[in-house]
Write a protein that binds this ligand. Structure first.
Ligand code: GLY
Length: 400
């Protein structure tokens, strides 16, 4: 009898894995609400990227910081602070979050006159700000900003190679033929512009770029190249570069996330089956690489030591897995959802700061393997962590 009771208790709906995940996600949501309430007010006039030694956010919109043309206001992550505010706005319905989001959106107007410092990352910058504002409130100024940004992105398309050029020339090199995996996320700006204007040029460019990425970036085992160089005249592939990962032929984990989640975005907007299949292929590779402790390394093929982590890449991968789970039949869903949960729970248990000592939540992010600095905070890690938790609770709409 006792045994039966135990079995019944174990099987009760409130105790099954899906229900436990819901309870956990709701607990995390409560912590997000309480932390973001003071973080948003404390930093309302900033566009933060990372925290300093005191745990306080910096301000990328501070004119004193603009030591490079693509830094300062043109810094590629500047959309994520506003994006976080829109995530919280969708959850709490508090107007204060919309007001704070618009401070950065309006401030970023200056990027358009200083457009020499804008790269393909206008998607990362203007989708979570202007597009989000327009989608959620119908703000006509936001529509104008977002269409302007979409036209800048479309203008970077190289028809010979059918790719979107990533960066402007670096101080030490010619990047006319460079495309990078991160751009899979920027495509969402083009899909939005197509859906908004019904001008198929935007969709053609996005899909041609995604097709090129399927052909030249995704390896047979589901790992991905970060950078591929094409001949900008003929469009022929020249070589693949290691970029922010460990080296050539390695597997930069955040790049894996941009590919997985990015192909899901392309699938969601176009319904093209190959994009879903590609997202699955990248997902299976990523899932096989998740370490026992659930903490994601900067590169899945880096040496065991130093054990550099990237919690930001972890959150992007988790977001992609959850989006995949939402678009496959029921029997497959739990595979992707459980993998995402492993990653997110590891962040919550081991790499999250819920105190008032730090403005950021997610710790141990790394911009790239060979950088001098590792294991710091990044606003976009917080963005993707919060977004993933809201995916679990079904809160709000997809901003991408
Ligand atoms: N998009 C550049 C990065 O992920 O660091």
């Amino acid at each position: 009898m006792e045994g039966n009771e135990t079995t019944l208790q174990t099987m009760s709906p409130a105790n099954d894995p899906a229900s436990r995940a819901q309870v956990w996600a709701r607990e995390v949501t409560a912590r997000i609400r309480s932390k973001m309430a003071w973080v948003s007010e404390k930093n309302r006039d900033k566009i933060p990227y990372t925290t300093d030694e005191n745990g306080s956010y910096d301000d990328r919109s501070d004119p004193e910081r603009s030591w490079r043309i693509d830094d300062g206001l043109n810094w590629w992550t500047n959309g994520f602070w506003g994006g976080m505010m829109w995530l919280l706005y969708q959850d709490t319905k508090q107007e204060s979050y919309a007001r704070i989001a618009r401070i950065s959106e309006e401030r970023m107007d200056r990027c358009f006159s200083d457009f020499y410092g804008l790269h393909h990352d206008v998607g990362f910058m203007f989708v979570p700000t202007a597009v989000a504002d327009y989608r959620l409130t119908g703000n006509p100024s936001s529509r104008k900003r977002a269409l302007h940004a979409a036209n800048l992105l479309a203008g970077r398309f190289n028809p010979a190679g059918r790719f979107i050029r990533a960066w402007n020339d670096l101080e030490d090199g010619d990047t006319r033929g460079w495309a990078i995996i991160d751009c899979m996320f920027n495509l969402s700006l083009l899909y939005w512009a197509w859906e908004e204007t019904h001008d198929p040029r935007f969709r053609h460019i996005a899909m041609m770029h995604a097709d090129t990425v399927m052909q030249h970036f995704i390896r047979p085992d589901g790992s991905v190249n970060h950078i591929v160089e094409f001949d900008p005249e003929t469009g022929e592939m020249v070589k693949a570069l290691g970029g922010q990962g460990y080296g050539e032929g390695s597997s930069w984990s955040r790049g894996q996330g941009w590919a997985l989640y990015g192909f899901m975005i392309s699938y969601i907007h176009t319904g093209k089956q190959e994009y879903l299949d590609t997202a699955k292929k990248v997902a299976h590779y990523c899932m096989a690489c998740i370490p026992e402790n659930g903490l994601i390394p900067v590169d899945f093929r880096q040496p065991a030591q130093p054990a550099y982590e990237d919690s930001c890449g972890a959150c992007v991968i988790a977001g992609g897995l959850l989006e995949l789970a939402a678009h496959v039949p029921a029997p497959e869903q739990s595979i992707y959802r459980n993998a995402a949960l492993r990653i997110l729970r590891a962040i919550d248990e081991k790499r999250a700061d819920w105190t008032e000592n730090c403005d950021a939540i997610v710790l141990n992010c790394s911009a790239s393997y060979h950088a001098d600095r590792h294991h710091f905070t990044m606003t976009y890690a917080d963005y993707f962590f919060i977004e993933a938790i809201y995916k679990l609770t079904g809160t709000g709409r997809l901003l991408w």
